[in-house]
Design a protein around this ligand. Structure first.
Ligand code: HEC
Length: 480
């Protein structure tokens, strides 16, 4: 098996306007669907959970039915992806569609592989704006339904079907109207069968004056694009000295404006906080990275992904420029993952100015096992902000903090990142534990970095927000 895997080669094919990467091993991992998913990495064992053999099966005896209990959970948590025409391999809308999947649903939800939300729920911040995970109660309901033999119940109790937004429009259309600018990726022919591909064209934005972006959304074409676009990253490329337009407290900050936005199925665009935006300069270009999957088995010629941008009115400058910062944990020669080992790499960064963290997105490949982000505050306290200990390489989830929970970091805070890779045979996603793995683009190479949304704040605003937080905490404590 190992020999066979070793003989596969990942191809790099340079295209006219972009670079196409066909990752043979990525497709191999996707191909036998049930088998591959069966082998998906279980959540890391944590102290305390091992003893409870199957914590989900214990519970009350009240009858659970599809119509009365399960359908509404599927609507809330699953159907954005599990409906005809969306990216998941099967629809979970009707009873007939759902019933055959009962046992597999039980497996995936109790392991918290589905819905894709792989952040540890017992450590770190838990309030997110885009949380799609199941509550413990919802999991218990699904488990009781499956264990009871998946009864249908009375169809009269079914909740009304969800009216999904018209896929031809941007999801933000209803709230903001049509976008001010649409940038399209160069067309790509998606074949009906074959390997996954990462399509990376670069496209001019064409803006002639600096424009502040107040909302952004990425949209695959409808209906076919939605079936083949797994995720899209959108990076802003523009030349500027450092990062202009930051809070005066962060005037010296260096780096690049990084990712503009990112899309994965189920996401509905992002509207930046009040008086906050991203800056597009004349000459700016957009670099798309579209992960195409052939899971749907349909041919989609000339496929394009659209980036919709909503601007602040011309002449209006929001107070804060928010950026998506790249934190490398180990790159190039620093990332060394010998055969049959578990490795740990760590790196830390001093945050130069008062900041609010808006989001956390770990990035690794097939040997990625986990990643954490910790804050070492100037007063000596250390806090685990978040940890993903059961990383699933096919899902690059972006965890967006709820406004009341977004970490506030005083200037001088050290952000410490740790990444774990598992190059042993016990990692089911590992294509070949005999390989010496280093940094590289292909999914069979590795990476270890985090994308973190950061807004640097003026000291006075930071102090006000910190005081509001402290007051809220005191209120909660007083009510206990
Ligand atoms: C964000 C999109 C998304 C959401 C939300 C989602 N799924 Fe999935 N699901 C997928 C995709 C895509 C796959 C195919 C395997 C993969 O890529 O991980 C999948 C695979 C599965 C599988 C395994 C099927 C197989 O053939 O191996 C099960 C079972 C499943 N999902 C159940 C659920 C349930 C139950 C929910 C809601 C509680 C849910 N999913 C929510 C996208 C989603």
């Amino acid at each position: 098996m190992a020999e066979q895997m070793k003989s596969r080669r990942t191809l790099f094919i340079a295209g006219g306007t972009g670079t196409l990467i066909v990752a043979a091993l990525a497709a191999a991992a996707l191909a036998p669907r049930v088998g591959a998913a069966d082998a998906a990495q279980p959540p890391a064992e944590r102290p305390g959970t091992a003893a409870e053999v199957d914590p989900w099966s214990a519970g009350e005896d009240a009858p659970v039915t599809f119509s009365g209990d399960v359908a509404s959970i599927l609507q809330r948590r699953c159907q954005a992806c599990h409906q005809v025409g969306s990216i998941a391999p099967m629809s979970l809308v009707t009873y007939e569609e759902t019933r055959p999947w009962g046992p597999l649903i039980r497996d995936r939800v109790t392991k918290r592989i589905m819905p894709p939300w792989h952040l540890d729920r017992d450590r770190g911040i838990q309030a997110f704006a885009n949380d799609r995970s199941l509550t413990d109660e919802e999991i218990a309901t699904l488990v009781r339904w499956v264990d009871a033999g998946m009864p249908e119940g009375d169809p009269a109790e079914l909740p009304p079907p969800v009216e999904w937004p018209d896929g031809r429009n941007f999801a933000l259309y209803e709230r903001l109207g049509p976008p001010d600018l649409i940038v399209r990726s160069d067309p790509y022919d998606v074949p009906a069968t074959g390997q996954d591909a990462w399509w990376r064209p670069t496209v001019e934005t064409g803006v002639e004056r600096p424009r502040w972006v107040r909302a952004a959304e990425v949209k695959p074409s409808y209906p076919d694009g939605r079936k083949v676009v797994h995720h899209t990253l959108v990076t802003l490329l523009q030349s500027e000295e450092g990062i202009t337009g930051l809070a005066s407290s962060a005037a010296g900050a260096v780096g690049s404006p990084g990712l503009l936005t990112e899309w994965a199925i189920g996401k509905v665009g992002e509207v930046y906080p009040e008086n906050t935006g991203k800056l597009l300069l004349p000459g700016s270009r957009i670099r798309f990275e579209v992960h195409y999957s052939t899971m749907a088995g349909i041919e989609v010629p000339d496929n394009q992904v659209e980036l919709g941008l909503w601007f602040y009115p011309e002449g209006v400058t929001p107070k804060y420029r928010t950026i998506l910062r790249f934190f490398n944990i180990a790159g190039d020669s620093e990332l060394e993952i010998p055969p049959h080992t578990l490795t740990t790499h760590s790196n830390s960064y001093v945050i130069p100015a008062p900041a609010r963290l808006e989001s956390f997105q770990p990035h690794m490949h097939m040997r990625g096992r986990g990643m954490s982000m910790e804050a070492l505050y100037p007063d000596g306290r250390k806090e685990l902000l978040n940890i993903v200990s059961a990383f699933q390489w096919k899902w690059h989830n972006n965890y967006i903090y709820a406004p009341e929970a977004a970490p506030l970091l005083p200037a001088g805070t050290v952000l410490q990142f740790t990444a774990w890779h598992d190059n042993t045979a016990s990692n089911p996603a590992n294509p070949d534990p005999d390989q010496y793995v280093t940094w590289g683009d292909r999914t069979v190479d590795e990476m270890a970095h985090a994308w973190v949304g950061i807004t640097y704040l003026e000291q006075a605003d930071f102090d006000r927000l910190a005081a509001e937080r402290a007051a809220a905490r005191d209120r909660v404590a007083a009510n206990r």
